[in-house]
Design a protein around this ligand. Sequence first.
Ligand code: AMP
Ligand code: ZN
Length: 431
Amino acid sequence: MIFNIDKETMPREKIREIQLSRLQDLCRRVYANVPFYRRSFDEKGIKPADVQSLDDLKFLPFTLKQDMRNNYPYGLFAVPMEMIQRIHASSGTTGKATVVGYTKRDIEMWAECAARSLAAAGATANDIVQVSYGYGLFTGGLGAHYGAERLGATVIPMSGGSTKRQVQLMRDFGATVLCCTPSYALHLYDAGLEIGINIKDLPLRLGVFGAEPWTEEMRREIEDKLGITATNIYGLSEIMGPGVSQSCAKEQYGMHIWEDHFLPEIIDPATGEVLPEGSTGELVITTLTKQGIPLVRYRTRDITSLNYTPCSCGRTHVRMNRITGRSDDMLIIRGVNVFPSQIESVLVGQPGIGPHYEIVVTREHFTDHLQVKVELVDASLLEKYSELEKVRDRIRAQLRTVLQLDVEVTLVSPNTLKRFEGKAKRVTDLR
Ligand code: AMP
Ligand code: ZN
């Protein structure tokens, strides 16, 4: 079902027309109301009136996460505080949190985009949606919650944590749709088995998973284990929260970006140049309608590509491909660029090992060392040395082919690696 058929199936020319008038309005608003933007436009010698076509977007200044930190907490807000209805923040691992504010209309727009996303995933008003993203400053919980409500579904506002109880309630309440991180979906599955509940036997039929990188291999693994359709939802708090884009049930590949609200570009992260259509690079998003904290050319650091070919679902909005990594997640090991997703694509689906893994990087005698820890499914293998060696050698050889690097593979007992209720932390860099 298409949630907003007029908006989601507009001809491309119409989308571009709306984007241009909204971009012009955005430039006027930020120039008039946000000192940071007035300065950065002035530094480039650009006035809002200079924006005459969508091609002029490339002349506008970027906004970085650091700019948000420098203006902590409210410096980039474009409306008076009395218009702000809600605050969210993204904690990040280093430095100050980035703080975002939403007006009443922003919250409505977010609910609409999240509802479009859930519908694109295949959810309907008849579904019972269990929201197991964290509720709080993190946008995941409330974003999915408002979207499910707007769709007209029944919402179970579970939040993260109490994992075994979650599975019991999932069974008792008859949840049909699950929203959480992909790693938490697997954690819920394992926790269910421990208390004698196989999620595969429950009415659950659909997953709307995101907030962290995951591979196609991981998606299939989740579909097999939980017996559901697993779809991909993308978002980030700086731009809005979950529901910036979503894969459609029809094609699964690529997430439709709700282009009447978000204007995407792909740039070379090293030079900042806009790349030709179809290229892989860093995703940059301009918010076209947001009032509270509108952002011009926000550099997401997420690596992907855009696909403008028409989708069989009927939606005309561009699709972004699965995120292959973040430009700041890339590990440089002995000079070789390594993305955790490359490692995940080798590990997941291998016979005998589970989908949980951890990557540890150390430096000994000035040499980088990459260790991958992965769980065995069957603990008894630990006693069969030759079989264990076989599994280890097979994984090591495949990692070497993909990464062009020697990697230490450590097989650990089932259920010994750390599980996460929200975003999984896969990499420990001890250098
Ligand atoms: P936050 O602002 O805390 O919500 O984090 C946003 C970041 O989470 C994004 O910039 C991405 O790096 C990551 N993320 C969100 N959704 C996805 C997804 N579906 N696939 C990969 N990464 C994602
Ligand atoms: Zn589609």
